[in-house]
Write a protein that binds this ligand. Structure first.
Ligand code: ZN
Length: 80
């Protein structure tokens, strides 16, 4: 869905709006520039949220890799 910035009226494309799934139905959003300009405190929170999501994703990928490696070790035929 197309997100339109309610402040400067530019469209931000198909990028999901800020605020998580609750805001997903709202077509009026806010672009990066306006967020930083009008809500510096919120922008900081969004940035921290992004970083937290990024860290969570990295941790998940690492755990998935570790699990795969462990499974491969278990499945290896034993050397008798
Ligand atoms: Zn804007």
């Amino acid at each position: 869905m197309l997100i339109r910035c309610a402040w400067c009226h530019t469209t931000t494309g198909n990028r999901p709006p800020y605020g998580g799934k609750h805001d997903a139905e709202i077509k009026n959003g806010i672009c990066d520039d306006c967020l930083t300009h009008y809500f510096p405190h919120e922008a900081e929170k969004v940035q921290k949220l992004k970083e937290a999501e990024e860290a969570a994703r990295a941790a998940y990928n690492k755990a998935t890799e570790a699990a795969k490696t462990a499974l491969n070790e278990v499945r290896k035929p034993a050397n008798h």
